[in-house]
Ligand binder design. Structure first.
Ligand SMILES: Cc1cc2nc3c(=O)[nH]c(=O)nc-3n(C[C@H](O)[C@H](O)[C@H](O)COP(=O)(O)OP(=O)(O)OC[C@H]3O[C@@H](n4cnc5c(N)ncnc54)[C@H](O)[C@@H]3O)c2cc1C
Ligand code: FES
Length: 245
């Protein structure tokens, strides 16, 4: 784990309540997909906030997909270029590789770690990405994913205003039914992860989920991130959990 400054180099709107935050943070350069950083020094906010690494970019730049849900993340949406945050990371474990036909499933800003996984390891390898949101307002990472023609991108919205109508589990189950998937990687809201985990168990397919929890330290010191459902501390036992099928 390293500590250092993150200088804001870009704030790009993605939807009504989400942005891509670009920062210069070369000390995060060793991060692996699934890992996260603690972003501290957010103006007016005491504790640091955990955030998945979405992309390592050239020259020590790191991109994050941020949705404003409370004071900390809403403040991140409005930072001026040049603002200096500080933080620590990369933290937690990472996705394990080794499958040939994975499906990467992201709900909302849960797409961020899957974007990192796709760009680093699976782009152009014939994989399927499923990205779901409530409606066409997103935030969708489709444009950022720059999906290779060898791969397949599917989107879902609950109201059918973009892509397939329904939850991400609709196209996921269709792929599992026809045997077009030997592993699932997923990140998103807990109800979505529960549903994905049950499908993986039903079809006996390897499944890794990246979990979220409230976090104060990110390094195993405060026990604030205990996940009672999976009986683990998300920051140091996870955030990636392999579901036993
Ligand atoms: C490993 C990890 C990776 C994450 N990656 C991302 C990411 O890539 N992009 C992103 O936008 N967010 C991500 N989050 C969630 C983000 O950290 C929280 O939204 C943020 O900490 C909320 O802080 P706040 O001050 O804005 O909201 P608060 O004022 O602290 O809370 C606002 C609301 O959000 C709920 N909440 C707070 N934290 C969480 C959480 N971790 N999970 C579920 N609900 C929460 C609170 O209960 C409350 O209802 C991640 C969290 C973890 C643990
Ligand atoms: S966030 Fe402190 S122990 Fe996990």
């Amino acid at each position: 784990m390293e500590m250092g400054n993150l200088v804001v180099t870009g704030v790009e709107p993605l939807s009504r309540d989400a942005i891509i935050l670009q920062t210069h943070a070369p000390w995060l350069g060793g991060a692996k997909p699934g890992q996260f950083g603690m972003l501290g020094g957010i103006p007016g906010v005491l504790l640091a906030r955990p955030m998945s690494i979405m992309e390592l970019r050239p020259e020590g730049n790191v991109a994050w997909q941020v949705r404003g849900v409370g004071k900390g993340t809403r403040t991140l949406l409005d930072l001026d270029l040049g603002t200096e945050l500080h933080g620590w990371g990369p933290l937690g474990n990472s996705f394990q590789l080794g499958c040939t036909h994975p499906v990467l499933v992201g709900g909302g800003v849960g797409m961020a770690p899957l974007h990192f996984l796709y760009q680093e390891h699976y782009r152009g390898k014939g994989v399927t990405l499923i990205e779901g949101n409530k409606d066409r307002g997103g935030p969708f990472l489709e444009a950022w994913l720059d999906v290779d023609e060898a791969d397949r991108y599917l989107s879902t919205t609950e109201d059918g205003s973009k892509g397939m109508k329904g939850l991400v589990t609709v196209p996921l189950e269709a792929l599992l039914e026809v045997g077009q998937c030997d592993a699932v990687f997923a990140c998103g809201p807990d109800p979505m992860l529960k549903a994905v985990e049950s499908l993986a168990l039903k079809y006996g397919v390897s499944c890794q989920v990246a979990l979220e929890a409230r976090m104060a330290c990110g390094v195993g010191g405060c026990r604030g991130c205990w996940d009672p459902r999976h009986k683990m501390m998300v920051c140091c036992d996870g955030p990636v959990l392999e579901i036993q099928v």
